[in-house]
Design a protein around this ligand. Structure first.
Ligand code: COA
Length: 158
C-alpha cells in the first residue's frame, strides 16, 4: 500500500480523561460495536497503557495495552477514519511495543476479526503470527464472528 503524505506534526502522549469524548467519537465512527465511554474510563482507572496520538491540537488515534506477568495484550488500536493510511496506526502500535519492551514483556497478544485485513496486514508487518482462533468471539451484524489470536515474541522481533 502507498501511504498518503502528511505534513502536520504528530506526537504520542498518554491518554487523559479529557480526551475521552473525542476518543469515543472516533470509536463510534470506526467500529460496528464500539467500546463505551465507560470502558475507556475503566482502562484509564486500571492503569493500562493508554496512548493518544495528537495531530495539531486534535487527538486522531489511540491504543490501549495491558501488561501483566510478563505478557501484554493489545486491547484497542484505532485511527480516525479521516486520518488513516498516514502511518499513524503503525506509530501507535510501535509505541505500544516499545512500552511493552520497557516493561520487560516477553510476549504480546491481540485478537482481531479475520475480516479486518488492514489491521492484520499491519500486525503481520510488525512480526505478529496467528496462533489460535477463538470461535464466535465477536458480536457481528448477523450472529457472531471468530477472532484470530495473534502473538509476537518480543525477543524474536526486530
Ligand atoms: C488498523 C488501523 C489502526 C491502521 O491504521 P492506519 O493509520 O490507517 O495504518 P498506517 O497508515 O499506519 O498503515 C500501516 C500498515 O497497515 C497496513 N494498512 C493500513 N491500511 C491499509 C489499507 N487500506 N490497505 C492495505 N493495507 C493497509 C499496511 O501494511 C500499512 O503499511 P504500509 O503503509 O507500509 O503499506 C486503522 O485501519 C483503523 O483504525 N481501523 C479501525 C479500527 C481497527 O480495526 N483496529 C484494529 C483492531 S484489532
Amino acid at each position: 500500500m502507498i501511504s498518503r503524505i502528511d505534513v502536520m506534526p504528530v506526537y504520542l502522549r498518554s491518554m487523559e480523561h479529557d480526551d475521552l469524548a473525542t476518543i469515543s467519537d472516533i470509536e463510534r465512527r470506526s467500529y460496528d460495536f464500539p467500546w463505551s465511554h465507560g470502558v475507556f474510563r475503566d482502562c484509564l482507572l486500571a492503569g493500562y497503557n493508554c496512548i493518544a496520538l495528537e495531530r495539531g491540537n486534535e487527538v486522531v488515534g489511540y491504543g490501549i495495552l495491558s501488561v501483566a506477568a510478563g505478557e501484554a495484550h493489545i486491547l484497542n488500536l484505532c485511527v480516525d477514519p479521516v486520518f488513516r493510511s498516514l502511518g499513524y496506526g503503525a506509530r501507535i502500535l510501535d509505541e505500544m511495543l516499545s512500552r511493552a519492551r520497557y516493561a520487560e514483556v516477553k510476549q504480546v497478544f491481540l485478537e482481531v476479526r479475520p475480516s479486518n485485513v488492514n489491521a492484520i496486514t499491519l500486525y503481520r508487518k510488525r512480526g505478529f503470527h496467528r496462533i489460535a482462533k477463538r470461535p464466535a468471539y465477536y458480536q457481528a451484524r448477523e450472529g457472531r464472528e471468530d477472532a484470530e489470536v495473534f502473538s509476537l515474541k518480543l525477543e524474536d522481533a526486530d
